[in-house]
Design a binder for this molecule. Structure first.
Ligand code: ATP
Ligand code: MN
Length: 462
């Protein structure tokens, strides 16, 4: 007999059929006449109830069926007299596939703190919470590919290992095979990277954007979706050292088209999980964030506010609010400022544009005022910055001048600059942090709890 998924049995309820299920025991309870096993197979947050009539099974048969053990059950699907579930399985045979010693299995029935679960990240996928998180990650990933595919974008694979040090988005991790105890040196005492694996100093990428632009200037519209790495010592609930980023890049789009794309894309993804993962979202909402579903619907129902950085600074200075970090024209906005604009002032997602060029990357398109660039950050309630993007500088001379002003190494950027020499075109793009989006749709408040194996300062376990 073929195994049925619990999801299928609960949704279609084929009462009267003989079925086979396999999964992990969440609880077993009952008395000497009848025992009830809650079985979860990961396909859905809900468990299926297995009813073991103790005239068929012995105490000894059921003894090893403890929380965490893995079993295979065949029997008849019947309507359940209980309120909690539509159907249950009257067990005919129960086979133990893997036991779980009740003395040492860490996930007993009582709830555990999220902090404790991080310490057992190898087992936390077995909890209801992380089942929901992992299913949501899957659904969102699928929806991202679907959105872009349906809109004529091509999925482009940009390199993870990069030889350029100036992707402009943050501190980088070095990639090397040199013997750290015996480093080769050049005559002037520097580390001799010509002896390293790639014959040069290499790093893990912080963004696929620069290569993504090469794709957009050939295929029209591309996106990347891959891991990115930042070696910043940011111990916050919103930063990981390894996170996944989605980066669309589109030829002929200006900053306004870019904002339209970002808003449409985010709304599509939120709608997708509300339509396809409502069980997971409801479960997480009940446990962690009662306002989650209202917040998701609110974002869907309202247009994002669009305003300039300068207007944003005005609102913040006039707010009378006490901020930890000072507010002045030219300051980089902190999460507290972003959240004030979104949560207190507008009470809606905000897209801020036209930032001072000094606080943004070299490749952003310069405005005629000589002071600002066509950057855009999308700011969300509870999260702050969820997207960062811009129209790109497509003018060869202006881009070259900016690279020189900032003294970025031309040896790393010559190929990037060449695209502005041969068939340059206006183009725009942005980066969406996948785990920031996961925080938003799951209602979780720490980014370590929305990725299976978080990498953060001093932590690379599992
Ligand atoms: P922040 O100011 O929040 O540190 P950033 O401006 O450095 O972010 P960008 O370089 O604009 O980030 O990256 C694009 C997007 O990637 C961000 O809008 C955010 O969603 C996400 N992101 C950036 N850094 C991290 C990180 N360390 N962990 C998780 N997501 C991140
Ligand atoms: Mn940013």
């Amino acid at each position: 007999m073929k195994r049925s998924l619990v999801k299928y049995l609960l949704k279609t309820a084929p009462v009267g059929e003989e079925v086979l299920v396999k999964g992990w025991v969440r609880t077993r309870r009952g008395n000497k006449n009848v025992q009830f096993i809650a079985l979860n197979d990961g396909s859905i947050v809900h468990h299926i109830q297995i009813v073991a009539d103790m005239s068929i099974f012995s105490e000894n048969d059921l003894k090893p069926i403890t929380t965490g053990s893995c079993i295979e059950v065949s029997g008849k699907l019947v309507s359940s007299p209980g309120q909690e579930q539509p159907v249950e399985i009257q067990a005919k045979s129960i086979k133990l596939l893997g036991s779980a010693d009740p003395e040492t299995y860490p996930l007993q029935k009582k709830g555990h703190s999220l902090e404790f679960l991080r310490e057992i990240a190898h087992l936390r996928p077995r909890t209801n919470t992380f089942g929901c998180i992992l299913r949501l990650r899957h659904a969102l990933s699928f929806a991202i590919h679907k959105y872009f595919n349906d809109h004529g974008f091509f999925y482009m694979h940009t390199p993870i290992i990069t030889g350029s040090d100036c992707e402009g988005a943050g501190a980088m991790f070095r990639v090397t095979t040199l013997d750290l105890n015996n480093l080769p040196r050049t005559p002037d005492g520097q580390i001799d990277f010509s002896e390293d694996f790639f014959g040069k100093d290499t790093k893990l990428t912080v963004s696929g954007q620069l290569e993504g632009e090469l794709g957009a200037l050939a295929l029209g519209a591309i996106y990347t979706f891959g891991p990115t790495f930042r070696a910043e010592n940011s111990n916050t609930p919103r930063h990981l050292a390894e996170f996944w980023m989605i980066e669309p890049e589109v030829a002929f789009n200006d900053i306004n088209d870019n904002m339209d794309l970002a808003e449409d894309f985010l709304k599509y993804l939120i709608r997708y999980v509300l339509e396809n993962n409502i069980d997971d979202i409801k479960f997480l909402s009940n446990l962690y964030d009662k306002e989650l579903i209202d917040r998701l619907n609110f974002v869907l129902d309202n247009p994002f506010v669009r305003l300039s950085y300068t207007e944003g600074i005005d609102i913040l200075t006039r707010s009378g609010e006490k901020f930890e970090f000072p507010v002045f024209w030219g300051a980089d906005l902190q999460a507290e400022h972003e959240r004030y604009l979104v949560e207190k002032h507008f009470k809606r997602p905000v897209i801020l544009t036209n930032y001072p060029k000094e606080i943004k990357a070299f490749y952003m398109k310069q405005n005629d005022d000589g002071k600002t660039v066509r950057a855009m950050d999308v700011l969300f309630p509870k999260i702050g910055e969820i997207i960062g993007g811009s129209e790109r500088e497509d003018n060869y001379d202006k881009l070259k001048q900016r690279i020189e002003e900032l003294q970025l190494p031309m040896k790393d950027l010559w190929w990037y600059l060449e695209t502005r020499k041969f068939g340059s075109a206006p183009h725009s793009g942005f980066g969406l942090g996948f785990e920031r989006l996961m925080l938003f749709v799951s209602g979780m408040s720490n980014i370590r709890d929305v990725i299976p194996f978080p990498r953060t300062p001093k932590n690379a376990e599992f």
